[in-house]
Ligand binder design. Structure first.
Ligand code: AMP
Length: 218
């Protein structure tokens, strides 16, 4: 099973991809998480990505494609994977096809959310610096001492979740990533789900897509 989750920042891709990955026993591959880890560890990749991410811009395609090429070669990807936050440009989607061959992606699931909802969700998002667990100030607030309920790490606001950066990230999404919707529609693998619904309702819609897809593959 090879899936792509498409959607603007704040659409819930990461949350949904994590839930699906866990129940299907395949890895969730988030380029954002890989980059954040590199920044935290101060690697050469992290040094290059840091300022770009802080502004809400995209890390260059060649860097991302190399990172994905290496990640997909790891043993845990044999059974399949969920790509979360990749591809983000047409060049990345084409690069992915070069690695995998055409028609290797079975579904690109678009989580559709209105821009006003995205801004309010992202600016109220908080994350654990250690394990990446996410919280929302209104719907799922972090503990009063700001320690993560899962690992005890510190819960913070991501630097790129500030309102000014969020507006830029949404603009970058419209310009660079939204064209992928048509790209995957033309390949007849695009599925749209209503991302305004609750986390569980969105998840149910995604599971139906996956079941439908699995039926077709069989
Ligand atoms: P995310 O956690 O997916 O919202 O990603 C956070 C930031 O990491 C983005 O705003 C970009 O700066 C960078 N990033 C993540 N994935 C990609 C990608 N596929 N291509 C380019 N930049 C990316």
């Amino acid at each position: 099973m090879r899936l792509i989750f498409l959607g603007a920042p704040g659409s819930g891709k990461g949350t949904q991809a994590a839930m699906l990955a866990q129940s299907y026993g395949i890895p969730q591959i988030s380029t954002g998480d890989i980059l954040r880890k590199a920044v935290k560890e101060g690697t050469a990749l992290g040094e290059k990505a840091k300022a770009i991410m802080a502004k809400g811009e995209l890390v260059p395609d060649e860097i991302i494609l190399e990172l994905i090429r290496q990640r997909l070669a790891e043993a845990d990807c044999k059974k399949g994977y969920i790509l979360d936050g990749f591809p983000r440009t047409l060049q990345q989607a084409e690069g992915l096809e070069r690695f995998l061959g055409a028609k290797s992606i079975q579904a690109a699931i678009l989580i559709d959310v209105q821009p006003e909802t995205l801004i309010s969700r992202i600016t109220s998002r908080r994350v654990c610096v250690d394990c990446g667990e996410t919280y929302n100030l209104f719907t799922d607030p972090p503990p009063a001492d700001s320690r993560c309920r899962r690992c005890g790490g510190q819960v913070i606001q991501r630097q790129d979740d500030s309102e000014a950066t969020v507006r830029n990230r949404l603009q970058v999404y419209e310009e660079k990533t939204a064209p992928l919707i048509d790209f995957y529609r033309q390949q007849r693998v695009l599925f749209r789900v209503d991302g305004e619904a609750s986390v569980d309702q969105v998840y149910q819609q995604i599971v139906s897509v996956v079941q439908q897809m699995a039926g077709e593959i069989r």
